[in-house]
Design a protein around this ligand. Structure first.
Ligand SMILES: [Zn+2]
Ligand SMILES: [Zn+2]
Length: 282
């Protein structure tokens, strides 16, 4: 897992994130990243294995069969409570008592929820959000940010062994989740990589194909840039009306790796432009 908090601070110094003018937003992400970095360290010490983890297959994670040991359930429940503490400190009006109570029963509730997230069972997720009296979008935000450091630890362990060239699908070869952003590799290379919205693994993807619906009809694919942003573009698809933001890291004045988790939240004005044209995110 990249050091998101450090990358965010550096990005702000070079003037990024102007679209996040709402006071407190970037302070919130800074606190969230600090929390996730600590949880990543805690989850790395877990065995991260089971019949649902298949090192020789893609995706490595079989979301439908996922199960946690009691120790993993307890570590994840602790992680949820700490995450909700961070959220509560920035949003004092939000009440998470029902969420905390629902997961206090042990690993069973935690793994049911992780399974719903990985298999993208949005009906189940909506029903749970209703039970907990929070909005569906807020609940998905909580789930992704809760499980992210756990699956990032899993991606760190299994990701390097993956045969990337055998996998050209829109979903993540580690956890099976979808991508939140893309990047184009540097000079003379031009390969496109997708970044997992959950475990943060990056995998090689086709140049001419929609990262959402896999449509390969070039007539229905295109991209546009927003204002004077040369380092970013929006790739869209007129088959599914979806879009993804793509970074050209060469055009950013950065020395280390490009952190797409942070770039994603620093470019909300590009999302606004894409949605303004009638496209939506996966
Ligand atoms: Zn993933
Ligand atoms: Zn599409």
């Amino acid at each position: 897992m990249l050091k998101h908090r450090d990358y965010l601070q550096e990005a702000l110094k070079r003037g990024a994130g102007r679209g996040n003018s709402a006071s407190g937003t970037l302070e919130f992400y800074s606190a969230l990243y600090e929390h996730q970095a600590k949880r990543f360290e805690a989850y790395r010490s877990l065995p991260l294995e089971g019949a649902w983890v298949r090192p020789l297959e893609m995706p490595v994670v079989d979301g439908a069969r996922l199960s946690f040991t009691e120790a993993e359930g307890a570590a994840l429940f602790e992680g949820l409570n700490l995450l909700l503490d961070v959220l509560s400190s920035f949003h004092p009006g939000m009440n998470f008592d029902r969420v905390r109570a629902a997961f206090a029963e042990g690993a069973g509730a935690v793994e049911r929820t992780a399974r719903a997230l990985l298999t993208r069972d949005f009906d189940a997720i909506s029903a749970y959000a209703g039970d907990y009296q929070i909005g569906v979008e807020e609940y998905i935000f909580i789930l992704v940010n809760w499980f992210k450091p756990y699956f990032a630890a899993l991606a760190e362990k299994y990701g390097p062994k993956i045969g990337q060239d055998d996998w050209m699908e829109p979903r993540c070869p580690v956890c099976g989740f979808y991508s939140d952003m893309a990047r184009i590799a540097g000079t003379g290379d031009g390969r496109r990589f997708l970044h997992c919205a959950l475990c943060e693994y990056e995998w090689h993807f086709k140049r001419i194909a929609c990262p959402i619906c896999d449509n390969e009809d070039a007539e229905k694919l295109g991209y546009f840039t927003v204002a004077d942003e040369r380092a970013y573009r929006v790739d869209y698809c007129d088959e599914c009306r979806g879009y993804i933001k793509t970074v050209l890291p060469e055009r950013l004045r950065i020395s280390g790796p490009c952190d797409l988790t942070v770039e994603n939240i620093l470019t909300v004005e590009i999302d606004a432009a894409a949605m303004g044209k009638g496209y939506s995110r996966p």
